[in-house]
Design a protein around this ligand. Structure first.
Ligand code: PRT
Ligand code: ZN
Length: 300
């Protein structure tokens, strides 16, 4: 029997744009894979066809993704909010993010050399600020009423003050290590970013139905990541205390243990992080053999 992935006509197959190679690539493909959308890996090919779902991946530079989705070249895209915000100044009708995906988190920040006596945003007035995000930065400066010169640099922005081609920079920061190693300090955060799922507007109902299925799967994967399955043995008398200790726990399953009627096995789903401290409190309440397991997928 032929699968849906094989029988859907080419014009009705979905196309999703994903970063070809870079910080978002691996996590984007891993997410698609966990959603049951697997692609036979051929590193040279720019379009990969899924054999498990009527969807093709187009591997492109991240900067091109908002434009491809806006133009309808692709139906979906995975890209950083930072790129969407910058491109939204250039694209007529920019696509709207459907869902935040929780990876690629970073912030777009202004940083100055640490030896610069900086007392407030007004000190940026008259400075040359190097960035790859001229529109977002320009808009921010305008909103703050600051008149500074925006210099567009693609790549290695953090080196601009050392080279004396700029007085300050505006770049993405995640750990802050790059700024520190270049003697720069962050003075303003312009934007918080993470990867998002973009969708083209005005798709036919067949494609919308396929996208709704994918969306439910993505939500299930994201929810599973925030959820843990907890198992332990405990004295029957400690059940209420244990319920009070476990965070975000739904009604647990209480299972009698064949060998000892005073003891039960407790199984529960926790919707919050289970810290070591929580496990120590469970142990102090009488629980033993406490297991915290990851959950792969959830459908509710
Ligand atoms: O070739 P292509 O155009 O597709 O890739 P790219 O070189 O433009 O992008 P890439 O792969 O570097 O980043 C892709 C996306 O990852 C970005 O658009 C962000 O959404 C996200 N992201 C998350 C980051 C960072 N964290 C990040 N730290 N992108 C870049 N950085 C850089 C930053 O520019 C700086 O040079 O990492 C350095 C700072 O990192 P820390 O940890 O030292 O603070
Ligand atoms: Zn890029």
């Amino acid at each position: 029997m032929e699968s849906l992935a094989q029988t859907t006509s080419d014009s009705q197959r979905l196309r999703i744009a994903v970063q070809k190679s870079g910080r978002l690539s691996e996590k984007s493909f891993r997410l698609l894979d966990r959603c049951g959308l697997s692609f036979p890996w051929e590193s040279q090919k720019l379009i990969l066809k899924s054999e498990t779902f009527p969807i093709d991946v187009m591997k492109v530079r991240d900067d091109d993704i908002p434009g491809y989705v806006a133009d309808g070249v692709c139906d979906l895209g995975i890209v950083g909010q930072n790129v969407i915000s910058e491109k939204s100044f250039e694209i007529h009708n920019p696509p709207v993010p459907l869902l935040q995906l929780g990876f690629g988190t970073c912030r777009l920040a202004i940083a100055v050399p640490k030896e610069l006596a900086f007392s407030g945003l007004n000190d940026l007035s008259g400075l040359r600020i190097a960035t790859s995000y001229p529109h977002v930065l320009g808009h921010y400066l305008e909103q703050q009423g600051i008149s500074a010169q925006v210099l567009v640099i693609h790549g290695s922005v953090e080196i601009a003050p050392t080279l004396k081609i700029a007085d300050a920079i505006c770049d993405l920061v995640s750990t802050g290590g790059t700024l520190r190693s270049h003697g720069l300090v962050e003075v303003a955060t312009i934007l918080h970013s993470q990867s998002v799922l973009l969708k083209a507007t005005e798709l036919g109902s067949e494609k919308e139905t396929l996208i709704a299925r994918i969306l439910a799967r993505v939500r299930g994967v994201l929810k599973a990541d925030q959820t843990k399955y907890i198992m332990m043995n405990a004295p029957r008398s400690a059940i209420e205390t244990i319920k009070g200790i476990l965070p975000g726990m739904e009604d647990p399953s209480i299972i009698p243990l064949g060998t000892d009627s005073a003891k039960v096995a407790i199984h529960a789903v926790a919707h919050e992080t289970v810290f070591w401290e929580t496990m120590e409190r469970l142990k102090a309440a009488g629980a033993s053999s406490i297991l915290v397991l990851p959950i792969e997928k959830i459908i509710e």
